[in-house]
Design a protein around this ligand. Sequence first.
Ligand SMILES: Nc1nc2c(ncn2[C@@H]2O[C@H](COP(=O)(O)OP(=O)(O)OP(=O)(O)O)[C@@H](O)[C@H]2O)c(=O)[nH]1
Ligand SMILES: [Mg+2]
Length: 253
Amino acid sequence: MLMVFIIGTAGSGKSRLTAAFSDWLKMSKQDVAIVNLDPGVSTLPYEPEVDVRDYVDVGKLMEEYRLGPNGALIMAADLVADEIDRISKEVEELQSDIVLIDTSGQMELFAFRASGPYIVDELTKEQKVIVYLFDAVFSVNPLNYVSNLFLSSAVYNRFAIPQVHLLSKCDLLPKEQVEKIVDWSSNKNALIEAIEKNLEGTRRLLSREIVQSIYKLGLSFPLAPVSAKTNEGMTNFNMALERVFSQGEKYTF
Ligand SMILES: Nc1nc2c(ncn2[C@@H]2O[C@H](COP(=O)(O)OP(=O)(O)OP(=O)(O)O)[C@@H](O)[C@H]2O)c(=O)[nH]1
Ligand SMILES: [Mg+2]
């Protein structure tokens, strides 16, 4: 089994991509299952085989402990970690070739609290990959793009497992804009040029230094554009996962 954790900032398209990619894989006769790890979601665009909401009820936590939505979500993330043995048993029983795992809307709950890496470690011992989504509309501006680059490096720093980077919702941008962002992702000079041209003062300085540091660390984040609406880029997404699957832990981006 290849376990694919889909991560990205709130609203970046995780759930819809999970649904669309699962449908696409089924059409290509692949054996796929879905796990919903978002305890806070009310409706999903797919039917998950394993659903964390069967274990944790955020509404009840709010009532019982008089918590606000964010406090309840933090508590829910920790309760999911407590239930990990039972959830893991369900996941292990799936025996699908590929398991798509939709994660919390609020990325920081999954990526930056201790429970996230614990859940990823304990959920399964099968091969794992993180798919990090850059929301296309948000990434048009170099300042936002660099902030996202910084976040995806922070996610890599937390989990230290192979990571694939996608530009989600690419149907919402004109083709030239998509190409420009994809170019930033693989061509440092193009990105630095955009920073120099569009940003000023501290923002320019900080953005430039963040990019230089990321490159100095040898991290690279080539982006593959995808759309859950038009299915553009699904073949490339699948090929990126197959590369991880065949190269295992040796795979770096
Ligand atoms: N046009 C277009 N819209 C998309 C695409 N993917 C997602 N959306 C829309 O973007 C919004 C958020 O999508 P979701 O899939 O719920 O995003 P998410 O990351 O799961 O959101 P949270 O879990 O709430 O953080 C919805 O209105 C989707 O219909 C896409 O590829 N193209
Ligand atoms: Mg979602």
